[in-house]
Each structure stands twice: as structure tokens, then as C-alpha cells.
Design a protein around this ligand. Structure first.
Ligand code: NAP
Length: 293
């Protein structure tokens, strides 16, 4: 097989942002996203600035607070408490991972964010809401993948989905979302026996291992859908390049595949903005129903 359908994140993200903007038009306030970053890791600097910039571009308010890498946990928790209490802040995102030298505990910080402002969807309350099928903020990368599949009309019902990743950020929440869509889901990881046989049986294979060339053509079902979540930095001719997990030969086997860059990445950012609009809408509805009680 050659020339698989390229699942463009840019096209699917534009559709998702259209949805966010039509919700936005019905709101009486401008949703406000507050992004917080510790330290100056180049990738984190670029991600946080891009998120704050894109938020403004679609008509949201955004603030980026850049803190030194030696910021104490207490100081960060104080900032989060103030943002939780601020009715004009609708979404809070703390960029992960923290710098290696930081003593701040990620889990403590994630749990300090009010679940209704947790636009990354990683608070345990939102994890519980996801697994129990209740309304909540969904994690951006998995929800972005589902929006992309919807955009391209790829129905998961009765399909076999294999996810090579079991992190809280990608694999576990994506499994829950695929189950909601009536897929039969397998989560594979570093201890999975005969990984090639497992992945080759997948109608939809999602890889987020973080290793260049990890997925070879033999691991892919001919004509299957491949979603490559990974972002690996390599140097080619002295220049930095981003690539996923798939070896180039996978493009000859897959029926549809996400490019890296330009695949899952734009969906993740767009879902963050969508979540911010949704969070603002729900907070406003709640405050209106409380004031009318
Ligand atoms: P992670 O926590 O390190 O997860 C990596 C997963 O790969 C783990 O579940 C690990 O299994 C599995 N793995 C490692 N070696 C393996 C092997 N030999 N065979 C099978 N499975 C193996 O990383 P993450 O935070 O989930 O991120 C994964 C990748 O996605 C990274 O490249 C990251 O940059 C990218 N990412 C991209 C986006 C985006 O928007 N595009 C968003 C989030 C993440 P074990 O659990 O057994 O160790």
C-alpha cells in the first residue's frame, strides 16, 4: 500500500477551534486561561508561550506567569489558591514536567488546581469523572485524538484499538475515551509480551513510546490507522527536527497516519483552548444558578 491518508492535525484543529469559537460567541465574559511555568527549559518556554499566544488569537484572555526554577512548592500553591479563588480566571494550566532541580511535587500541584478550572484534565476528580462517564474536563491529548478521528469520520465502534503507552497523560485516559466509543481496547507497555503480534492486530494503533523508529512496518496492520503521538527531537544536518515513533516504512503499510509534526500536537493545543471555553461556560452557568437560588 502507498500514499496513506495523512491525518492533518491542522485541519482537524481548525474545526475544533470553530466549535470553541461558536461557544465563545454565546458567553458574556471572555474566558481567561492562566498558564504557569517554572524554569526556562526551551521546550517548556516554547510550549507555554505558544499556548498563551494561541489563546489570545482565538479571542480568549491569557496570562503567562513565568517563575524561576527554584520557586518553592508553598509559593506555587499560594498562586494556585489565588487563581482558584479569582472568578475572572476560568482555566489554570501548570506546565509539566517541572525542571529536574525543582523540589515541587507534580501530584501535589495538580491536585491543588480546582477541578472545574483544570483545563489539562489531569486532576483526580476529572480522572474519576472520565472513568465514570460523567461530565468533566477531558485530558487534552487523548480528547484531541478523538476529535481528530471524528473529523476524519473514523468510527471506533467494533474496532480493535491498541495503545502503546500507559501514562496518565496519554494511554490511560485515551483508553477510557475509546471504550466510550465502543472500541475494544488494549494497552501495551514495556512489559507486553510479543508486542509485534499485539500491534499488528490493531485496526487503530496509537503509539506514544518516545523512541525514534520504534514502530516498524511489520508492527502495523496493512491498511490500519496509525496515530503517532510522540515528539522526538533529532538533529539532521545540524538542524533540530521533530519526529514521531514510526519508521518511514510505516507510511507504506498504513491506510491513514498522523504526521509528526502537524498531527496530534495541534489537536492537543486546540483542545486546551476548547476546554478553557467549556470551563468558563460551566462556571458561568453555575454562578448564575447559585445567584438565582
Ligand atoms: P511516558 O510516560 O514516558 O510513557 C512512555 C510509554 O511508552 C510508557 O507507557 C512505557 O511503558 C512505554 N514504553 C517504553 N518502552 C517501551 C517498549 N520497549 N515497548 C513498549 N512500550 C514501551 O511518556 P508520555 O508522557 O506518555 O509521552 C509519550 C510521548 O508522547 C513523548 O514522546 C511525548 O513527547 C509525547 N507527547 C506528545 C503530546 C502531543 O501533544 N503531541 C502530548 C503528550 C505527550 P512503561 O509504562 O512500561 O514504562
Amino acid at each position: 500500500m502507498s500514499n496513506p491518508l495523512l491525518l492533518s492535525g491542522d485541519a482537524a484543529a481548525a474545526a475544533l477551534l470553530d466549535r470553541a469559537q461558536s461557544e465563545l460567541a454565546s458567553l458574556l465574559v471572555k474566558p481567561h486561561l492562566h498558564v504557569v511555568r517554572l524554569g526556562d527549559d526551551p521546550a517548556s518556554v516554547s510550549y507555554t508561550r505558544m499556548k498563551a499566544r494561541r489563546a489570545k488569537k482565538i479571542g480568549l484572555e491569557s496570562t503567562l506567569t513565568e517563575l524561576p526554577s527554584d520557586t518553592s512548592e508553598a509559593a506555587l500553591l499560594e498562586l494556585i489558591a489565588a487563581l482558584n479563588a479569582d472568578p475572572l480566571t476560568h482555566g489554570i494550566l501548570v506546565q509539566l514536567p517541572f525542571p529536574k532541580e525543582s523540589a515541587v511535587r507534580e501530584a501535589v500541584v495538580l491536585e491543588a488546581i480546582h477541578p472545574d478550572k483544570d483545563v489539562d484534565g489531569l486532576h483526580v476528580v476529572n480522572v474519576g469523572r472520565l472513568w465514570s462517564g460523567r461530565e468533566g474536563l477531558r485530558p487534552c491529548t487523548p480528547a484531541g485524538i478523538i476529535s481528530m478521528l471524528d473529523f476524519y469520520g473514523i468510527d471506533l465502534a467494533r474496532k480493535s484499538v491498541v495503545i502503546v503507552n500507559r501514562s496518565q497523560l496519554v494511554g490511560k485516559p485515551l483508553a477510557a475515551l475509546c471504550l466510550e466509543r465502543n472500541a475494544t481496547v488494549t494497552i501495551a507497555h514495556s512489559r507486553t509480551a510479543d508486542l509485534e503480534a499485539v500491534t499488528r492486530a490493531a485496526d487503530v494503533l496509537v503509539t506514544a513510546v518516545g523512541r525514534v523508529g520504534f514502530i516498524t512496518p511489520e508492527m502495523v496492520k496493512p491498511g490500519g490507522v496509525v496515530i503517532d503521538v510522540s515528539v522526538n527531537r533529532i538533529v539532521v544536518d545540524g538542524a533540530d527536527r521533530l519526529v514521531g515513533d514510526c519508521a518511514s516504512g510505516v507510511f507504506d503499510v498504513a491506510g491513514a497516519i498522523t504526521p509528526v509534526p502537524g498531527g496530534v500536537g495541534p489537536m492537543t493545543v486546540s483542545h486546551l483552548l476548547y476546554n478553557t471555553v467549556l470551563a468558563a461556560k460551566r462556571q458561568l452557568e453555575r454562578s448564575q444558578s447559585t445567584s438565582s437560588d
